[in-house]
Each structure stands twice: as structure tokens, then as C-alpha cells.
Write a new protein. Sequence first.
Length: 396
Amino acid sequence: MKSLPRKDLFELPDGVIYLDGNSLGPLPKGAADRATKSLNDEWGGQLIRAWNSAGWMDLPRKVGNRIAGLIGTPLGSVATGDTLSIKVYQALAAALEMRRDRRVVLSDNGNFPTDLYMADGLLRIIDKGYELRTPAPQDVLSQIDDSVAVVMLTHVDYRSGRMHDMVQITRAAHAAGAVVIWDLAHSAGAVPVDLTASNAEFAIGCTYKYLNGGPGAPAFIYVRPDIVEGIQPTLSGWLGHDAPFAMERSYRPAMSTERMRVGTPSIVQLTILDHALNVWDGVDMDEMRRASIGLSEQFIAEVETRCPSLKLASPRDPETRGSQVSFAFEHGYAAMQALIDRGVIGDFRAPDIMRFGFTPLFLDEGDVMAAVNVLEEVISKQIWRDPKYQTQSRVT
């Protein structure tokens, strides 16, 4: 088994310390060659025959099975394709159908905006008096009662890294008769996840963060195997049909989570993701978690000692924190631009959050110390005041 880190498996630019794998994972070595093969040898050489000869048709299932091993679910329970927003819509629509007599969707006010936007839009279209409740994350448990149809939460908060107790919340929701959806966008490949043990009905996630699938990489959706045959997909696309090429007039869903597929999959992106998942071969997620906590604890201690004007915005207890650390700073955007300009790449989230991701696949203690050295210089010398760091880009 190859130990951590595995820097030699990634295309990391010289002179860069990458602390933003929680937003976009780096390029795995060989991924570009795999994409070129998909374009030249498969599409170019085999044309439409590649759906069979190159295994394109089965690729979403193959990749889903590889993701299943990282989130604690059985083979055949994860479908890949489309975007995370689409998967949010599918999961929530299916969950609401399971509890037609209830009218409350419970989330939290720290949930990622697209999850809440998709919920707002779906509930508005249904137009049957539904309510989306968004208490503070720490108040979710107390809000679960027999009026709640669905509890829909992101496991790890995208701003602060705060992590919900998946088993505790799922258990409480089930005790109240509610259905549970977990968004694993900041969990898959970052922290150990055991969806089978949690007994949640649905989970969704993206693959371009910790799974390193690249910008626009396909999303995934999990449906608990014992309920999947009762799920009627709201977005009943042809590739979710049990026999897509029978071209039947009526929709007949596949007899597995494959029914949650919608349209034609993005084959080039899937081939990249399939290759990217090779970096996980032999990785022990408990070892990953220990390494992540070690790096993040080191970072927090150094920053608080050397940059006292930055205030920790993440939970102090590492057991309740994902694989990222956030600090609040009034001039966080400008400070982050100054950091990036000096080869330390993190990112910023409004209004004042500087985010740093810790991915032990390609980071070590030396990287952490080097990053803090640069951060201390930027803050202590007020380098962030330079006018060139004040203009905000579209992507922060």
C-alpha cells in the first residue's frame, strides 16, 4: 500500500502550495492522456461504435461503483452523470413523493446555496403549501418533528467546515418519520463516510473537489437499495429507462439506481474521473482522516500564534470539522489574492471567510509551514492593501 502523501500522482505546478482541493482538485497525472485517448482513439477512431467497443454505455455504472467504495455503499447503488444541482432536484422530488402527507423540508441556513435554490424552485412548482425551513446548523436536531417530510443537509458546511453528525441526525429524522438526503460535496474523499451504517435514503455529491474529476465533472446520486424500486424519478430521462434502446413510448424505470440517470452522459469527463479515481487505490480513509486532522491542527495553531487578527471560523474540535479550515478576516478577499499571487492557493467566501483545504493526498507538514510563512508575511506587512488585490473577480 502506497503511503500518504501521493504527490507524484498529481500535476502540481512548481512553487505552488495548493490549499484549494476542497473547491477544485488538482489534475491527476495521466488524466489528460486519458481524455486524449477518449477523443482521438475512441471518438475519432471508433465513432459511434465506441458506445459499445470502448465501454461508454457502461461507464456511468462503472464509475458509480468506484465512488460507492468511498462512501460506504454497495455496488450498484450509485449512479453518475448530470450536475449536483440536478441530483438535488431528483433526490428531493423523490423524497417528497415518499411523504405526501407532510409539507416541511428541513435544511439549515449554512447549506450550499444551490441546494436551497433548487428546493425553493421545486417547492414553488409543486405549489401545495410546502415550507423550506432553514434554522442554524446547531438547531437542526431540535427542529425535527412529525411535520417534516424531508431533512436535506450538506454533511460538511462549505464555509466553515462544520460537520453534522450523520448517524445522529438520520436516526432522529427516521424516528420522526422523515426521509433524509445528505449532500456529500465536501465529504466524499475528505472524511470517512458510511451511508449504509447511517441508513439514509439518499445521498448526492460532486466529484470535482476531493475526487479530482476536473471542472464540470459528473455528479453522483445514491439511493438506498431497499427503496429504489419504489422511486419514480421526476426527471425521467431515456437513459434511466430499463431498456433505453427499446424506444418504448412509456417510461419504465431501470430496476436499480440507474433509474436516476437522465440524459446522455459526458463521456470525456467520465473517462477523466474514472482515471482520477485511481489515486484512491489502496487508500485507507481512516488514515486519510488522521492525516487531514494533523495538517489542519498544525495550520490552526500556527495561524493563531502568528496571525492573531485572523479569527477561526471553523469548529475548534477536529471531530466536528471536515477537511478544511476557515478563518474570518475583514480584508479576507484581498489577503487571499495576495496569498495566491505568492503561490499559496486557497479561496474566499463572502462576507469575510478565507478557506483552506487540507488534502493529504498531495499535502504534507512542510507545505503547511511554508503556507503559514507566506500568510504571516501578507498579514503582518499588510501586503493585502496593494490596490491590485482590491478588485474582485467573478470567481472568488
